[in-house]
Each structure stands twice: as C-alpha cells, then as structure tokens.
Design a protein around this ligand. Structure first.
Ligand code: MD3
Ligand code: FE
Length: 217
C-alpha cells in the first residue's frame, strides 16, 4: 500500500499536552469550531475595529488589536491597562460572543482549571512580519485565573520563557485550531511571538488571529 500525504487523517484534538507547570497545549482543540469562532471574531472586529496601539515608548505595535467582553486591554503613551470602553468609540466593548466564552471555559476545564469565567477577550491580528516581543501579562487583577489562548490562521512560533526576562525561552509552533492554557506557576512567565512568516491559510489568507481570554477585573 502506498502512503501519501493525502491519505493522512485530518488533524484533530487528541489529548492535553503539559509543557510546563500550569501550562498545557490542547493541539487542535478548536478545530471543529474554527468557522464559528472566526465569524464571532469578525463580528467583534466590525463593531470595534483592529488598531495598532501605541506603546508607552511611543511606537505603534505591529499586531492589530481589539477586544470583546466587559473589559478590554489597551495601551497608549500613559501605559497599559484594562478599560471598560473602547477608546476609539467611547462605547463599551462588544459583548463576548457565547461561542467564544464557551470554548474558553471548556479549554480551561480540559487543562485542569475549573470555574474559569473570563471577562476579557483580546483579539490579536498578525500579518506577515508582525511580532510580539517578550513580555509578561500582569495587568489582570486576578492572577490566580489562567489565560486561554486560541490560534487561528497562519502558524506562528511562540516563545515561552521563564519568570525572569533573561531566562532561556523554548519555542512551540502554534497552528490553526491550537489552544493553550497558561496558569499556576506559568501565569507570569515571559512569552512572545516571533515575526510571522508569510504564507496563505486556506480560510484566513495571509494572517493569524489569536484570541486570549482573561479574568481581568
Ligand atoms: C504564557 N498573545 O496577547 S498567546 C498576549 O499569540 C499574547 O497573540 C500571544 O501574549 C499571541 O498577551 C500569545 C499565548 C499566551 C498568552 C498569555 C500567557 C501565553 C502566555 C501568559 C503567561 C504565559
Ligand atoms: Fe501575553
């Protein structure tokens, strides 16, 4: 029998893969809902457009961002914070679509974090070349809650470091449908995303969208 690429079963979710204390990869966990998640994200983006936020240092971020949920992460010359309104419109952020909230809760539970109730979902849009330099997520008031991240579209190289900026970082490929959960001892780990390589995703084209769910308030 000849085995060709075309005979391989399509990728699907199998099992949680622990990568560090409190950090779990759920490869393919969102695959069967990719279309619904994308539609929900597009609805949010239509109401609260992606924008390149200014860092406190005065540079525009290469990643386009927006939010849904009660709180949204924003950055400007005065610093980083969560806001209950979109600074572009002065209006509350769009509500978190039920399919997004549901996926985040199920992923957290699958990774061993029950009772996750996110009030913020940051939507990151990467075009080729966009990157996120090494940082910690520490603007949330409840650091005992994990962060759930969902990757859609082009694959990215995710950098996962330690609790000190100088710690060596490991690299993980994150593909369409992959979900990661970061809590416990990994909650304050430094992390980032390498510049996005160009490519064409069958559904999303030349971009990657990442959704991160947080308990911010
Ligand atoms: C590890 N986003 O929005 S998600 C961010 O792919 C962010 O857009 C990246 O980092 C992205 O802040 C990575 C994965 C992630 C999110 C939060 C973490 C990994 C984390 C918090 C602690 C440790
Ligand atoms: Fe982060």
């Amino acid at each position: 029998m000849t085995l060709s690429l075309f005979d391989e079963p399509p990728p699907r979710y199998e099992a949680p893969q622990p990568i560090a204390q409190g950090a779990v990869l759920l490869r393919g966990f969102a695959l069967d809902q990719g279309e619904a998640l994308l539609q929900a994200a597009q609805q949010v983006i239509a109401a609260a457009p992606l924008r390149h936020l200014m860092t406190p240092g005065g540079r525009a971020m290469s990643v386009g961002m927006t939010n849904c949920g009660a709180l949204g992460w924003v950055s400007d010359r005065t610093g980083y914070r969560y806001s209950n309104t979109d600074p572009l419109s002065g209006q509350p952020w769009p509500a978190m679509p039920a399919c997004l909230l549901d996926l985040a809760k199920r992923a957290a539970a699958e990774a061993g974090f029950g009772h996750f109730n996110p009030d913020a979902c940051l939507i990151n849009r990467y075009q080729p070349g966009a990157r996120l330099s090494l940082h910690q997520d520490r603007d949330e008031s409840d650091l005992s809650a994990p962060i759930v991240s969902v990757s859609l579209g082009l694959p990215a190289v995710f950098l996962f470091g330690g609790l000190q900026r100088g710690d060596r970082s490991a690299r993980y490929g994150l593909a369409h449908g992959d979900v990661a959960v970061w809590g416990g001892a990994s909650r304050l780990a430094f992390h980032g995303v390498a510049p996005l390589a160009d490519g064409e995703h069958p559904v999303l084209g030349r971009q990657r969208i990442n959704l991160t769910f947080r308990r911010a308030g």
